[in-house]
Design a protein around this ligand. Structure first.
Ligand SMILES: [Zn+2]
Length: 236
């Protein structure tokens, strides 16, 4: 049944105009209780909103079990909830790609010491999709309108930065320039120890922007917005 209070508007993710819901970025489940009052909210259609919820649980698990996040106060506080969720039978489908990739053995930890433990392979496409959603919401927050048609979010996971440096060859100075702008010359906005971002505007067009996304104290994603036809960092 249609509620009388239902609002209509434009979804920041797919551009559909119609009934809208409120999407929180990052999701409230990423925070210990109670989540901050000033979380970013954006208009989202039901279809987009429903599509995100399964990914939220997967992404939260991947981000929090990462040893780079250990010692982060907010992460340590939500860890029991995350583990309870991960062990529930009902969660197995949502987290299938996590469980299917689990292996145990010895691996190098962040200190460079071989430790015995379980490891998993990240579903990169699923994590990238999450980062793209976050940037679309941040773009809306900063600019007051959604990303124009024909533009996309390019999401580069931190593990891929090294490969990107090699691929860029002599153009890699440009990458360093963008990173220094994001780290040194931009305001870093943060919500507890869970999430933070900084962004810079490209001089080559208002829809061309750069973003650095930080989760649980680790810079995770370098993202850009650019025309779909030139989804390559060199063209910006
Ligand atoms: Zn939508």
């Amino acid at each position: 049944m249609k509620s009388k209070k239902e609002k209509t508007g434009e979804c920041v993710y797919c551009g559909t105009v119609g009934p809208i819901t409120v999407d929180h970025v990052p999701p409230r489940s990423f925070f210990p209780d109670p989540p901050p009052q000033d979380l970013i909210t954006v208009p989202s259609c039901r279809k987009c909103n429903a599509g995100f919820s399964k990914d939220d649980d997967y992404v939260r698990l991947v981000l929090t079990v990462n040893e780079m996040a250990s010692g982060n106060a907010d992460r340590d506080q939500i860890m029991p909830t995350v583990m309870r969720f991960a062990k529930r039978k009902e969660s197995k489908n949502v987290l299938a790609s996590f469980y299917n990739s689990l292996t145990s053995g010895y691996h190098l930890n962040v200190q460079g010491i071989y430790v015995r433990g379980q490891r998993f392979t990240i579903d990169g496409a699923r994590l990238d999709k999450f980062a793209q959603r976050v940037v679309k919401a941040l773009f809306f927050r900063e600019k007051g309108h959604g990303l124009q048609d024909g533009f996309i979010v390019n999401a580069i996971h931190q593990a891929r930065l090294e490969g990107l440096e090699r691929q860029l060859g002599e153009d890699k100075d440009f990458l360093y320039f963008i990173l220094s702008k994001l780290i040194e010359d931009s305001d870093f906005k943060a919500w507890g120890e869970v999430f933070g971002y900084s962004w810079v505007q490209s001089p080559n067009g208002s829809e061309r922007t750069w973003w650095l996304l930080d989760f649980y104290g680790t810079p995770y994603y370098l993202c850009s917005t650019c025309p779909e036809v030139e989804a390559d960092v060199r063209s910006q």
